[in-house]
Design a protein around this ligand. Sequence first.
Ligand SMILES: *Cc1c(COP(=O)(O)O)cnc(C)c1O
Length: 216
Amino acid sequence: MSKYQELIELLAQKNAKLIAVSKSKPNTVILSLYHQGQRDFGENRVQEILEKQSTLPKDIKWHFIGHLQRNKVKYIVDFVHLIQSVDNLKLAKTINKEAVKSNRKIDVLLQIKIAQEDSKYGYDANDLIKQIEALKELSNIEICGVMGMGTFTDDSKVTRNEFSKLKEIFKLLKDQHFNHTKSFKEISMGMSGDYTIALEQGSTMVRIGSLLFGSR
Ligand SMILES: *Cc1c(COP(=O)(O)O)cnc(C)c1O
């Protein structure tokens, strides 16, 4: 069985979805997964997602998973399926404004910083709580859950702790702010090196690149 088929079977058992992270990979490689049934793909650069979206099949669901600059939101707003990396209110407001112009409601995840490394983007959980009411007021974005990246480490205890923390933050947000919001249900966590731990901790969406496509 191919790695892809193995993953799909595991994820079906766990009720989680696969986002195939195709950054830096050519269209031919994306199409070979597409022909096996994969529709959700993740990219982290605006220029690259634009080039791919314009040439690949239109029923692909494009997830934006990287740091997004506000002045580039307008380029992806017409087609993006889910922006997973909203980590500040200004960005959320810009997405909302562009979504109004495009007459769309854009699904987003709130990216939360769970790793110790400084290089990682994402909300500090306490700052997020302070902004949550303002975020909820933005009528053309739909907040569908949270996203996080674990520390790059072989120490599974560290990773397990971080994913468990993200799950707790999700639960707190759900209980206190999104109790009546059906669409608030996603916990996007887990990459090639740590997706089994993420699934054990309740991930609903794993973002996997190198395991499927080989290292970059
Ligand atoms: C690159 C990337 C992934 C996939 O990483 P792999 O280790 O190749 O599976 C997942 N999430 C984000 C945000 C990424 O930038």
